[in-house]
Design a binder for this molecule. Structure first.
Ligand SMILES: [Zn+2]
Length: 193
């Protein structure tokens, strides 16, 4: 009776062709409808990360029951989609991300964080995660207003999670990461520093 017990607990797993098993625990049973989309995005991310020379480790994804539950579990504000701590990805309710049209983008973004070199500065890690996920393609064109911000200040602003200026900080980190990748290529940007 092991399988029914596992299903009752809401724990489901998948093995990606490129390694990196994903175990998913959902809090809201309705979130099970989105598991195929999660696993599809995970496998696609594994393939694309592998092409960049990065490997997805075995990972656990815990989807919260609500925005309040997510905030309680992670200490993050309600407007954050997901956060990765070591090999655990905490997300908002999967249905909420799907309703916003950001479920696959969020999985790819967090997959990048799980596989990225540990020593990337925060601004670069966030910029690269948004380039890799495809979120960067949704950024409005034009200046971010933060072009002159020192890198350390940009990283601190991303870490502080201030609602007002977080989106501009993410766009600025993405703009700088894109410039670096264009100039040096992914392999050299990801190389140990
Ligand atoms: Zn991120």
């Amino acid at each position: 009776m092991r399988l029914p017990a596992l299903l009752l607990a809401g724990l489901l797993g998948v093995a990606s062709a490129q390694g990196g098993r994903l175990d998913v625990a959902v809090s809201d049973p309705r979130d099970r409808a989105y598991l195929p989309a999660v696993f599809g995005a995970w496998r696609g991310a594994g393939r694309d990360l592998s092409a960049l020379g990065l490997t997805l480790p075995d990972t656990r994804l815990a989807a919260a029951a609500s925005a309040a539950d997510f905030a309680r579990r992670t200490g993050e504000p309600w407007f954050v989609a997901a956060t990765t701590r070591g090999a655990v990805i905490h997300t908002q309710r999967l249905g909420a991300l799907a309703a916003r049209g950001t479920l696959a983008l969020t999985i790819r973004h967090e997959a990048f964080h799980v596989a990225q070199p540990r020593d990337l500065p925060r601004w670069l890690a966030e910029g690269l995660a948004r380039l890799f996920s495809g979120e960067a393609g949704r950024d409005p064109p034009g200046p971010t207003g933060l072009e002159g911000l020192p890198e350390g200040t940009l990283s601190a602003r991303l870490a502080a999670r201030g609602e007002g200026d977080l989106s501009a900080a993410y766009r600025e980190a993405t703009r700088r990461a894109r410039q670096l990748v264009r100039a040096r290529g992914w392999a050299r940007v990801l190389a140990p520093r």
